[in-house]
Design a protein. Sequence first.
Length: 133
Amino acid sequence: MQRLRETQRLCSYQYCGNPFDGRSDKIFCSDQCRNRARRDQLKQDRWNAPLFFTKINDILRKNHTILEKLYKQKGDSIVVTGYLLRESGFNFEFNTRILKTTKGTYRFCFNYGWVELENSDILIVKNDKMVAI
Ligand SMILES: [Zn+2]
């Protein structure tokens, strides 16, 4: 077993453990070990997050991609069938904001929103205020 000098401590990074000198509040032997420990902690935190975080994020991301793609094809305001949206894999259950107007209730996925028209067509709009925090 290695013998530590009085001023030495062992690196706290779990895969290192090398002895080092330095300030008494220092717990890692190097920036590399400190960064690796932080990265491992972030990975662990992500792993510990409930699964629904990831799943709902994925749904919102997909919804946003679909709305953005359709919107960019036509620009300004675009009307599509609900069928087309559903067939694209759009999930109508998840929104980030709701905007009630005299024209109807707009449901937003970040900066893109949609409202159902009378004939069950869908109007897609863009409103950057919906992502202003
Ligand atoms: Zn180390």
